[in-house]
Design a protein around this ligand. Structure first.
Ligand SMILES: C[S@@+](CC[C@H](N)C(=O)[O-])C[C@H]1O[C@@H](n2cnc3c(N)ncnc32)[C@H](O)[C@@H]1O
Length: 258
């Protein structure tokens, strides 16, 4: 590694859920001052336009089974670029500490006595249901919401899905599309069959899609899943607050009589 730059620092910045305007002012200010950017697949590349002219922007990837660099390689690159160039901004989709491995990166960087800062971002888990008009909590409907991974490090669904299904909580499941059927079968064991759910993909972006149905009919929605795009699953009675829910429910009832 080269000689330590006196301004060595790594700032972890949450880039928000996708829409380039959903990053914080503090995040933009860090990007404007950065000497180097490392960014993930879920970061909207338009956000890179805030950089100073000539700032190196390095894509480090990270999508299901398509990692441009391993986590160890990313950690090493963060340290070497901070030592070489000064202030590195590590841009991550949503919030860096929500299923973002942000704390692992901070631990590694700090072990080299490099200064760190964390600028939170708006997590997709909060922003995307809200932008669709689905409240994560509503008085008299539910008392909490759980944000759960749909795929653990060994590929299985989280045991917390079973626990969450036994509560009144709204369940927001990230990284769950590939295990969608397993997840819905688990939920069906505990929630009533008319419980609504939504699958929202490419949230906050121009190509956003949403599919809403009830858990008894979940199999009808499998074909609409695009496995190459990020998506969240929202399960719970609050999904009925979506503006189109009533129309779709009437259609479903009519179809059942045909
Ligand atoms: C590794 S996690 C990172 C989550 C991120 N740190 C956050 O707070 O939003 C990636 C997952 O977040 C969800 N996700 C992120 N951005 C999304 C978007 N624009 N639309 C739908 N889902 C999204 C998907 O479930 C995706 O598989």
């Amino acid at each position: 590694m080269s000689v330590k730059n006196n301004n060595s620092k790594v700032t972890l910045v949450g880039a928000g859920p996708g829409d380039k305007d959903l990053i914080t002012l503090k995040g933009v200010s860090a990007i404007e001052q950065a000497d180097c950017i490392l960014y993930d697949a879920l970061v909207n590349p338009e956000i890179l336009e805030y950089t100073k002219k000539g700032t190196p922007c390095i894509y480090v990837g990270k999508r299901f089974n398509n990692h441009r660099l391993s986590q160890d390689e990313i950690n090493e690159l963060l340290v070497s670029k901070a030592l070489e160039l000064g202030h590195v901004v590590r841009l991550k989709g949503g919030d860096p500490f929500v299923f973002g491995r942000g704390s692992e990166e901070i631990d590694y960087i700090e072990s080299f006595n490099i200064q760190t800062e964390i600028i939170p971002g708006i997590s997709s888990s909060l922003a995307i249901p809200a932008m669709q008009g689905i409240p994560l909590t509503k008085r008299t409907v539910n008392e909490s919401f759980w944000v759960i991974t749909g795929t653990t490090s060994n590929g299985n669904i989280s045991k917390d899905i079973q626990l969450g299904a036994q509560s009144s909580a709204t369940l927001v499941i990230l990284m769950g599309l590939r295990n969608f059927s397993l997840i819905m079968e688990e939920i069906k064991r505990y929630r009533h069959k008319y419980t609504p759910f939504a699958i929202i993909q490419n949230g906050s972006l121009p190509n956003e899609t949403i599919v809403i149905d009830t858990i008894e009919n979940y199999k009808n929605t499998i074909e609409s899943i695009d496995y190459s795009s990020p998506g969240i699953i929202v399960i719970g009675d609050v999904v009925a607050e979506h503006p189109s829910y009533l129309d779709e429910e009437i259609q479903r009832v009519l179809n059942s009589y045909m």
